[in-house]
Design a protein around this ligand. Sequence first.
Ligand SMILES: [Zn+2]
Length: 83
Amino acid sequence: MAREGERFKIKGYSPTTQTGDRSSPGLTGRPWLSIWFNCCSAYARIYRNAAGTMYEGRCPRCGGRVRALVGPNGATRRVFETE
Ligand SMILES: [Zn+2]
């Protein structure tokens, strides 16, 4: 079991390889990534933070934290999974 506040890495995620949807910030709401949490076999969305630098969220079941850098090309609507 993961401990409260444990931080996960996202498998295969790299901000430099994000293709981006090039939508303008603020027009389509907060960008998000869909994350499959292998720790608990659960899906959740993580949302871009207020500063626009990271996607941040938590596993809905164990509360483990996950973060992902925002790439230079903006948000993508892709599904990732934790390691
Ligand atoms: Zn979990």
